[in-house]
Design a protein around this ligand. Structure first.
Ligand code: R5P
Length: 307
């Protein structure tokens, strides 16, 4: 590949699901892969075999799932290697782990999102980009920029559903996701409905209240928008309610699809028609109903604004 910008390096860490090389291609930068291994006792080893030339801009790309703690430590190791680098260093987190613990919910808890960002921030990074973080707390952190991880996916949904000329409702599974869902609703020219979700902070049990006006989805297409599919419980419950209310088709748009354990089976059993995911982690499942959308264009655009 031609390197149009010899002063720009994109370094992919082991969690990168393939976005780094695509970003490098788009920006005409040099792409570097790291060497990593696990020592017999479980410790992590990382080496950047090609050191960026002095003065170059370096963009480190990581996704912190699976094995969040390992991905966290690898990132610290990479930043330590680049400590002496004479040039600007940026970090792109395609998926930021621990983002959901963004406050103290029960006395005695840490703010894990802060633990992660403060640790990275010690390395005098020029900027940390986080793709579609769980909450506004992350974007409010010094030197953190948020990359919109909804709009590239919503374009795919748009192509699939708007052609049908159906009535469309965008649905947020909880109040916290309304801002995200409203971005999708605007693009799709759809009305927005939001469930209310309550979580028992001790047992983790979830209780969900359907939105007022739920009956309006009868005969319409529903698009459920959320940031994460972890165990699939939230999405499966939301989709099932929408199907019972008579939605003709239900699509799911989620930026980070982790599909933990039997999440895929749960989501499929809910009657979902298609799940559109951002490719922010290595695709954990393969299924004809699950589509992974590349976000390298959005990442490149965000970088280009600052580089
Ligand atoms: C929670 O507030 C998030 O936005 C997601 O709805 C949640 O993390 C999904 O988790 P699960 O798939 O385990 O229900």
């Amino acid at each position: 590949m031609e390197t149009r910008r010899p002063g720009l390096y994109i370094v992919s860490l082991p969690g990168d699901p393939g976005t780094g090389p695509l970003v490098a291609e788009r920006l005409g930068a040099r792409h570097v892969s790291v060497y990593s291994k696990t020592f017999p006792d479980g410790e992590t080893y990382l080496r950047i075999p090609e050191r960026p030339v002095a003065g170059a801009d370096v963009v480190v790309v990581q996704s912190m799932y699976p094995e969040q703690d390992r991905r966290f430590f690898e990132t610290l190791e990479a930043l330590d290697i680049l400590r002496e680098h004479r040039g600007r260093v940026y970090l792109v987190l395609l998926y930021m782990a621990y983002a959901r613990q963004d406050k103290v919910f029960l006395e005695g808890e840490p703010v894990s999102a802060r633990v992660v960002l403060e640790a990275f921030s010690r390395y005098s990074l020029e900027r940390i980009y986080v793709v579609e973080p769980h909450s506004a707390y992350i974007g409010g952190f010094p030197r953190v920029s948020v990359i919109d991880g909804v709009s590239p996916i919503v374009e795919e949904v748009y192509r699939e559903i708007v052609a049908g000329g159906d009535r469309v409702y965008v649905v947020s599974p909880d109040q916290g996701g309304v801002e995200r869902a409203s971005r999708a609703a605007e693009r799709l020219g759809a009305s927005l409905l939001s469930f209310r979700k309550y979580r028992d902070r001790y047992t983790g049990e979830i209780r969900s209240e359907p939105p007022e006006g739920l009956e309006r989805v009868s005969g319409a297409v529903a698009v459920v928008v959320d940031d994460i599919i972890s165990t699939g419980g939230t999405i499966a419950e939301t989709v099932a309610v929408l199907k019972r209310a008579g939605a003709s088709r239900v699509y799911v748009l989620c930026t980070h699809c982790l599909f933990v354990r039997d999440a895929l089976e749960r989501v499929v059993a809910s009657g979902v028609d298609r799940v559109f995911c951002g490719k922010t982690v290595r695709p954990p499942v393969t299924d004809p109903r699950v589509l992974y959308i590349d976000l390298s264009k959005k990442v490149s655009e965000a970088l280009e604004r600052d580089l």
